[in-house]
Design a binder for this molecule. Structure first.
Ligand code: ATP
Length: 235
């Protein structure tokens, strides 16, 4: 494998006395799409938060393009080129669609993504650009959250629960847009409840169980029984 763009080594994470992640080791190559799967409470969101600077880590637990970013704040991590599409969207409710998108662009990183590129990807957002973001459907709000992350022109994009709570037709649209999103060498980590979907869009996967990596491997060749065991912990 070429030098990874993201390298996580021995990552622990805590909520006060509760340990949510135990010694996670994970690598993402340039241009690679990785799926993160696991049951509710396995630690997927905590992993996304740890990478994006929303939890306190030790500096050398997370390395991005050779820089030790584990102890950086979320805004500093974003400037390095990592963008998060958070669980539950977390849009700014009083702002319009376009204002939400522009906030993502404030980082000022150069790259292929701009307002017009996001509107080309999701034309409905251009139609709704002056509407308050909360007046949109859940699927359209997810498009805004994705567009906001893209506006930062990241090298690595993290999708947390990309399809949770969305109608199947919208999920299809969002997955259809993924190749265009991830093209041009961008790497991605995708947290997804739907294991079949997660495996179909990724090259490799990591399965978490109670805060530990229970299985990792190639998405195309993993056996279903192995996934079930790693996911549910049943023998
Ligand atoms: P889900 O699919 O439900 O989002 P997840 O795999 O993303 O699950 P996390 O949200 O990372 O899991 O949670 C991992 C563990 O940490 C769970 O046991 C959860 O209860 C706990 N946890 C998460 N957030 C907090 C918090 N703010 N305070 C205390 N414990 C937390």
């Amino acid at each position: 494998m070429p030098e990874p763009i993201l390298k996580i080594s021995g990552l622990d994470a805590f909520y006060e006395d509760f340990q949510a992640l135990y010694g996670i080791d994970l690598e993402v190559a340039q241009g690679e799409v990785l799926a993160i799967i696991g049951a509710n409470g396995a630690g997927k969101t905590t992993l996304m938060r740890s990478i994006s600077g929303l939890t306190q880590n030790k500096a050398d637990m997370v390395t991005f393009r050779g820089d030790r970013i584990g102890a950086l704040r979320a805004d500093e991590v974003a400037e390095k080129g990592i963008a998060l599409v958070p669980e539950g969207r977390q849009l700014f409710p009083s702002l319009s669609v376009e204002e939400n998108l522009l906030i993502g662009g404030q980082i000022g990183r150069k790259g292929p993504w701009s307002l017009s590129a996001v509107y080309e990807l999701f034309p409905i957002l251009q139609e709704r650009r002056n509407q308050q973001s909360t007046s949109l459907s859940g699927g359209q709000q997810q498009m805004v959250a994705i567009g906001r992350a893209l506006m930062a022109n990241p090298d690595l994009i993290l999708f947390d629960e990309i399809s949770l709570g969305l109608a199947p037709i919208i999920i299809k649209d969002i997955y259809a847009a993924l190749p265009g999103i991830i093209g041009e060498g961008m790497s991605a980590l995708i947290v997804e409840q739907d294991i079949t979907k997660a495996l179909s869009v990724s090259q490799r996967f990591y399965c978490l169980q109670e805060g530990r990596v229970s299985l990792e491997g190639a998405s195309a060749t993993v056996a279903r029984e192995d996934i079930s065991r790693a996911y549910f912990g049943v023998e």
